[in-house]
Ligand binder design. Structure first.
Ligand code: SF4
Length: 920
């Protein structure tokens, strides 16, 4: 299935009926198959198959583009059978890349604003004009030491290092990601245990998997993980899914546990307590494996630090630690879990049975879900990993790996150092422990800190629509003194791009270069995204030039754009910036993509040798296969003996250990204690902002769960796919039948959902697939645009009126989706009108005081729509959202820490400014 230095490609993936599912690589240059559209005539088509990578979610699945040799155009996308992560499979969004390439509404030429920002008037410009104007502004900010006024804000990176290196080369601490509306919380929980901030479940040998996620339908590394979960289930793995909502994943599980949102850590800690009690009674699995792996814990948990801090006068022995452990968690009873989580009291015993039966072959996953919804959600990740620590299922086959083992991260040979300043708009001192930037707070931080951005790049990033409190983003973008120039780098229109000054069309997945790797299993690989038609031209012996020559219109790939912009910023090299993007072989010339990615390919372990065996250069190998399986470093790497660093164990040996200050798994976190969170220094349970005790159900109050995806859509990026939008274009409010009766709601009727800062009007879906007391609404639809042909895909967005009355914004739908004339006859067949409601606008920012994560779940009041309410209405008061921001900020424990720094130095900061900037 995989292809790499040690492993030759196996025969292509077969269907269960022994039919070939994908052509083998040796036939990619000359693949022939019958044209299904010509049936019943048997007409043969000839293809050149070019591998690339999907850009629709973060999984980086391999795609194979079928270029029709007769037309020179891409006919379809299917899975790349030699990609080690996705193994030839895709989800629906992979093949739908074709819609995005052929989208008749995509932006094909660079545009610049005419009139006031946000009025919807743009005119075509040239790349040269855009480069000159933007380059001059960035240069001025650098020369005048206003580096903090340049920011690059990214939604979907789709690459592993390029812009981080670029910002470092420019000397600008300006890389802002979307992480704290996504995964900051789970990352925090994992990082405090082991330094690694992402999970990599090994389903291959697991006997029991516990998912706090919906991985069989959406979720992190969805397709690569879903296929491995299903394979494991086929060979007998048991599966439990903790999800308030009956997801497709839950429907495949042996146990579906519908917890009250935010109570999950309690359930996990009750299982921990039960494990400890059963172990004390001598209970074992079927092969005599004890419930608790004492030897693993004795070796790898920082129990001595815990006892020193929390058991003064105690014996200081491991046995004493186990006693204290039992005492610490005695309060998390099965009865308590039943009450707190609103589940049956048997759940704790049932899941503990599964864990013990698994005998250490236990894996789990949590990424968004419970972690991303709740105050203290990071403790859900910490409590989940606690179960792995207790069972010793860390770094073992069928267990849980730190992500860094399973992700390859090749880089160019030369990397610039970190910037010489610390940007408080990214890492403000109020959130010293955050993972990562406080990106969703940007408007509030600009107003609070009385700062401005002179050049603000948004790249595949749509904060007006994706983030909470989008109305504050609109206000910020409408203030010329706050945002000097907004450059939207995007393949398609978005709500945010409506407020751009420059709209620059960037290549889609099959129109650009990137190197990517993800931790999809116990193995590691790199995938290579390449511009398909450029590679096709190269195969034909044509000198294709840059990607604008082969992409539609004047669409450019981002990497080439950044190189060109860097040369505008530093044309003569005097700033010392240009040299990072200068050709080594052709001094005085910009680096080409072949040179840039050829350098990286040469640095991938094992790739040069594998390529040489086929008579190829390393980059030629990636261009040919689209992926490479990097020789795997194996599991249990913490046990590797080292000469320095790492952890010194009880037996006196020095081992590689984990990336924490003690080198061990930090059950007790001295960092949390020292930075003001002593009460949270152990895995613990924090009551959510939507705890059921905080709701008065008799007054219509409910918990709104807004965090789930639709399997066929992906945030901003899938709006321009006609196939996907035909399948999914609504986001009704899930309401339990008991609640529908109590609240007077009817199926398909209109409902008003009031948050702390406004309300929205949705349709009702009465279903038993949701916990009573909780309502749910997906965030994947509800797109809108202010102008008929500018601002959004007509088949996926509503045309709206947007009005301000003082601080209050009202959005009302003027016209839904529907058919329209274009070069594509399918656009006349658009039969759907309602395209959902934009609920995120009505959410205040709720940044967790530790992780910085947006706590997405909302306390809402649900009622039948009032007279005059219309479907899709959104009303929001930005003054109230400012109050919410201040209220949540008051929960923080600001820096400096005990050593006078802004942030513990051992915690990751993706772009790390020089050491001198860390002190306050
Ligand atoms: S899982 Fe993600 S990367 Fe893979 S095919 Fe689907 S959208 Fe593309």
């Amino acid at each position: 299935m995989t292809h790499g230095s040690e492993v030759k490609p196996e025969s292509p993936r077969q269907s269960p009926w022994e039919l070939s599912v994908a052509p083998p690589p040796e036939r990619w240059d000359d693949w022939r198959e019958l044209d299904p559209k010509a049936w019943p005539e048997k007409r043969m088509k000839e293809y050149s198959c070019i591998p690339t990578i999907c850009f629709n979610c973060e999984s980086a699945c391999g795609l194979l583009a079928y270029v029709d040799k007769a037309t020179g155009q891409i006919d379809k996308f299917e899975g790349n059978p030699v990609h080690p992560g996705s193994r030839g499979r895709t989800c629906a969004k992979g093949p739908a890349t074709l819609n995005q390439v052929q989208d008749t509404e995509r932006i094909l030429y660079p545009l610049k604003r005419v009139g006031k920002r946000g009025e919807g008037h743009f005119e075509r410009t040239t790349w040269d004009e855009a480069l000159a104007a933007i380059g001059a502004r960035v240069r001025a900010a650098i020369v005048e030491e206003r580096r903090e006024e340049v920011m690059y804000h990214v939604g979907r990176p789709g690459e592993d290092h390029f812009v981080q290196r670029l910002m470092s080369a420019w000397g600008i601490d300006g890389l802002n990601t979307h992480t704290n509306v996504c995964s900051a919380s789970a990352r925090t929980g994992y990082a405090f245990w082991c330094g690694s901030d992402r999970p990599s479940p090994d389903y291959s040998e697991a006997r029991f998997a516990l998912l706090l996620s919906a991985h069989l339908e959406t979720g992190h590394y969805f397709n690569p993980h879903a296929q491995r979960i299903m394979s494991a289930k086929e060979r007998g793995m048991r599966l439990a899914v903790v999800d308030t909502r009956l997801s497709n994943s839950a429907s495949h599980a042996d146990h579906w546990i519908s917890t009250w949102p935010g109570s999950e850590a309690y359930l996990l800690l009750a299982i921990a307590r039960e494990l400890l009690r059963r172990d004390a009674r001598g209970e074992t699995g079927p092969n005599g494996v004890p419930a608790i792996n004492r030897e693993f814990m004795r070796r790898w948990v920082n129990w001595r630090e815990y006892l020193a801090a929390r058991d003064e006068g105690g014996s200081g022995t491991f046995e004493r630690f186990l006693e204290r452990l039992a005492e610490e968690y005695e309060r998390f009873t099965a009865d308590g879990a039943a009450e707190e989580c609103k589940i049956s009291r048997e759940v704790v015993a049932t899941l503990t049975d599964e864990l013990i039966r698994a005998e250490g072959k236990f894996t789990s996953h949590l990424w968004r879900n419970a972690a991303s919804g709740n105050l203290g959600g990071w403790q859900v990740a910490r409590s989940l990993l606690f179960l792995h620590v207790l069972t010793g299922s860390i770094g073992t086959p069928g267990g849980w790996n730190p992500h860094g083992w399973d992700k390859a991260a090749p880089k160019p040979s030369e990397m610039p150092g970190g910037p010489g300043h610390w940007n408080e708009l990214l890492f403000p001192k109020e959130w010293p422990l955050t993972h990562y930037e406080l990106s969703m707070l940007l408007p509030h931080l600009l107003w609070d800190q009385k700062k401005n951005l002179d050049v603000y790049f948004t790249r595949v990033y749509n904060p007006v629509w994706t983030n909470p409190d989008g109305a504050s983003w609109i206000r910020m973008l409408e203030e010329p003194e706050r945002i000097g120039v907004h450059v939207a780098l995007t393949p398609t229109w978005s709500e945010t791009a409506q407020w751009a000054d420059w709209v620059l069309p960037m290549g889609l997945g099959p129109e650009r270069h990137d190197v990517m790797s993800q931790e999809t299993h116990a193995g590691s690989w790199i995938g290579f995204r390449q511009p398909v038609l450029r590679e096709y031209a190269r195969k034909k012996g044509e000198d294709a030039g840059d990607t604008r020559a082969t992409n539609p219109g004047e669409v450019w790939e981002e990497a080439e754009f950044w190189v060109a912009l860097t040369w505008k910023i530093d044309p003569d090299g005097a700033l010392g910036i240009r040299r990072w993007y200068e050709s080594k072989a052709r001094p005085g010339q910009p680096v080409s993509m072949d040179e840039y990615f050829g350098d990286i390919a040469g640095n991938v372990p094992g790739l040069p040798a594998a390529a040489a065996r086929e008579g190829l250069e390393p980059l030629g190998y990636l261009r040919k296969y689209g992926a490479f399986e990097v020789p795997y470093g194996g599991q249990q790497r913490y046990e590797k003996e080292v000469d320095k660093g790492g952890a010194v164990l009880e037996d006196g040996s020095r081992r590689a250990g984990f990336s924490t200050p003690t080198g061990k798994l930090e059950f007790y976190s001295p960092t949390l204690e020292q930075w003001g969170w002593a009460e949270q220094a152990l895995p613990n349970y924090i009551e959510s902002q939507v705890h059921w005790r905080a709701l008065d159900l008799t007054r219509g109050e409910r918990c709104l769960l807004p965090t789930f995806r639709l399997p066929t859509l992906i945030h901003t990026r899938s709006a321009n796919s006609k196939w996907l939008n035909e399948i999914s274009h609504t986001n009704p409010l899930w309401v339990h039948p008991e609640d529908a009766a109590l609240l007077g709601l009817e199926n398909a009727g209109l409902v008003r959902v009031a948050t702390g800062i406004g309300h929205f009007i949705a349709r009702v879906w009465v279903t038993e697939g949701i916990h009573p007391g909780v309502v749910a609404c997906s965030h994947h639809v509800g797109r809108w645009r202010m102008f008929r042909t500018v601002g959004g895909a007509q088949l996926a967005s509503s045309l709206v009126d947007l009005t301000w009355q003082g601080p209050v914004l009202t959005i009302r739908v003027k016209e839904g989706a529907g058919s329209f004339e274009s070069m594509d006859p399918d656009t006349q067949r658009v039969w759907w009108k309602e395209v959902g409601v934009h609920q995120n606008l009505t959410f205040p920012v709720q940044p967790d005081p530790v992780s910085g994560m947006q706590c997405w779940h909302q306390k809402v009041t649900v009622s039948p729509a009032a007279p005059g309410d219309r479907f899709g209405d959104v009303v929001v008061d930005t003054d109230k959202s400012a109050e919410h921001y201040q209220r949540w900020k008051a929960l923080t424990h600001p820096a400096p820490g005990p050593d006078g720094t802004r942030r513990p130095k051992w915690l990751n900061r993706p772009m790390r400014p020089v050491d001198a900037t860390w002190s306050i």
